[in-house]
Design a binder for this molecule. Sequence first.
Ligand code: UD1
Length: 417
Amino acid sequence: MDKFLIEGGIALKGDIRVGGAKNAILPAMAAALLLKDKISFDDVPQINDIKMMAHLMRIIGARVDHDNESLIIDGTNCSFYEAPYELVSKMRASIYVLGPLLARFGKALVSFPGGCAIGNRPVDLHLKAMERLGAKIDIEKGYIIAECDRLKGNDIVFDKSSVGATINTLMAAVTAKGKTRIFNAATEPEIEFIIDLLNQMGAKITGRNTTTLNIEGVEDLHSCTVPMIPDRIEAGTFLIAGAITNGDINVKNCVPEHLRSLCEKLTEAGVELEIGNDSIRVKGHSNIHSVNIITNPYPSFPTDLQAQFMSLMSIADGASFIEENIFPDRFMHVAELNRLDANIHLEKNVAVVKGVKRLSGAEVMATDLRASAALVLAGLAAEGTTTISRIYHIDRGYHQIEKKLQAVGARIERVLG
Ligand code: UD1
């Protein structure tokens, strides 16, 4: 298994370009199953989650070509409607095929996603929505077995704001008979992207950017092109890299509006930001102030940046409280950050981070995707050498992060194992 070796303490300086958003591309790939045609996407990074989703698409019968950053999916010959355990257990985004398979084949067999390193991640909202659209759902031997004639539009009220359930429901409802209304829909930028994509395919969805979505079912969809949105979490990770190393990084190809909550917190922490149209320049500060954060649905602070922000707070000038409200157990990085001499303790879903003067390099282990990013950031700031094992987690969601960081001066090396 590969490792990262990091020599910390260098102020990072220069430009970093962000790639297409993983959490937008994964559901977009599932949406391609709605088409008996080809669809292509640009700026699609070669990361492992996308490779795994491509594998699932091929199992279902789609042709997938991913060369450099261009991804072409041809769903013409899809004929299989199963997402097997081996894939779903490794990548929860596989659940996104449920809606499109039901819409296209009237049948879907999707392995039940289990728990994962960031805690219990139920899919009850996805299943209830499919039932509201007329599907019959059974759970047998760890599989969701869903069946329907043509789906029928209905009103769906979500108990919670869920990115995944909102997207799955949209994909199922666009070709359902009649009208669907989704209440308490999530409003993350990735949802807006999927709405734009589906509308370009010929769907009739209104209410974009609000928590009530109206969908008028259509008979047919067609191919289209939509520009990919940049990955706000990758961008946020690099902004924090600039802040934590007291550096000066220009993060290019990002949508500053998508990063508003992080930018506010970075400014409160004393970091200087220059916000452009599609870039943000971050200039660090030798005295990072402690700031509290609470993760909540967009536009609040994203759970996917909680771990990385905690690394920054671990060297702040006081105590900060980091409350996790999306995945209350998402704190596997705490013990690893403490191995680097951070001073963090947990009180239920709140991490109390007492800033220390400096972190010290040590051997740590990546436990999940964003936790690994947090460890890379902490390693960049720490004195001495940090070794991070199990970095396959980071390869799921960041394309060659070490190369992007090396280009701005970081001493980070991948040791092949
Ligand atoms: C979540 C993040 C999303 C991120 C993704 C990948 C939020 C709101 N969502 O999306 O931004 O891109 O992880 O890391 O930050 N829930 C249920 N039942 C369900 C579905 C969800 O109870 O059927 C709960 C979850 O446990 C969680 C909340 O709803 O507490 C929001 O989860 P959801 O947005 O669905 O998670 P993901 O789609 O995985």
